[in-house]
Design a protein around this ligand. Sequence first.
Ligand code: IMP
Length: 193
Amino acid sequence: MKLVFATNNLNKLKEVQLLVPEHITLLSLKDIGCTEDIPETANTLEGNAQLKANYITKKYNLPCFADDTGLLVNVLNGEPGVYSARYAGEQKSSEDNMNLLLEKLKNKTDRSAHFKTVIALNINNTQTLFQGIAKGEITKTKEGLEGFGYDPIFKPEGYNKTFAELSIKTKNLISHRGKAMIQLMEHLNILFH
Ligand code: IMP
């Protein structure tokens, strides 16, 4: 079965690829020839995941799923949340985003935060949403070279390392995206068995 993952983020693709069984061939936006920057204009993670998945369904009529992820920091009332990608500006730079967040948390003792991923799956004319949450805290400095985005400053609960210091396999076991993907896979198993 071919399933489109509506992303061109190679890091996300790598993570998700490891979670998908062999009988599912994952296609990226590039694989289906979609070069447009799909608008993410909703003000919720759910809305953006739905926008992206619906765009692909309408234009390509292929089974697909899209994810949207936000980092929510408690002491900042859930910032940067749905605006995580462009927190420090339209250049969407992870370095700038992390620097801004570290600056805002400079004198804060409560550094608790969580990642939230919402996935919208469009298959057989039906849309299903899945959600995954990873709790943790924002570190004071950037640590680690793996992963992407805010990974170097996020230490998941129960670990003394940031996501960027963990292997993809370990991150997948505990991450927001990993948890949402497991539910998606269970859903597909029920649909096709
Ligand atoms: P989006 O889901 O691609 O829109 O991601 C929103 C923002 O969160 C971007 O700045 C990403 O780099 C960041 N992000 C998404 N997923 C992760 C993750 O698993 N770890 C760290 N940062 C992430």
